[in-house]
Design a protein around this ligand. Structure first.
Ligand code: ZN
Length: 146
């Protein structure tokens, strides 16, 4: 598989024009994430009520994969219950670490299936998700992939 395959159009699109990008006023949860291997940084803001993520936005900078992953994650989790988000993360983590056929539940997140062939990129793809997990666990501070 070539890098061209990995950086598919949708990843490039979300990397260049991330959705839900920017500050969120009055977040109930927030967290910084850092992937020192690549230099990816993210600040994730969440509004959570009654175990549902009502709103989510992020700021930060990094490679196309990390930004696209954060962008697609925010689209995937907005309005979802925590239990469903947890399942989504499990499916996503399995996809980018083990590869194979994407679960139907992943929807657009399936575009990251090529990442499994590039172990150094797995941390770029999962940074937003690890940061989300820490934010929901109320761990204030910085989450590092290292
Ligand atoms: Zn990266």
């Amino acid at each position: 598989m070539s890098l061209r395959d990995l950086y598919q159009d949708m990843i490039l699109d979300h990397g260049k024009s991330p959705r839900n990008f920017g500050n969120l006023a009055g977040p109930t949860h927030w967290q910084l994430g850092h992937n020192p291997l690549c230099g990816d940084q993210i600040k994730l803001y969440l509004v959570k009520h009654n175990n549902v993520v009502d709103d989510v936005r992020f700021e930060g900078s990094g490679c196309a994969i990390s930004v696209a992953s954060a962008s697609l994650m925010t689209e995937a989790i907005k309005g979802k219950k925590l239990a469903d988000i947890e399942k989504l993360f499990e499916h996503f983590h399995c996809l980018v670490t083990e590869g194979g056929a994407p679960s139907e539940a992943l929807g657009k997140l399936a575009i990251f299936s090529g990442v499994a062939a590039f172990p150094a990129r797995v941390k770029c793809a999962t940074l937003a998700w690890h940061t989300l997990k820490a934010a929901l666990a109320d761990k204030k501070g910085t989450t590092s992939t290292e």
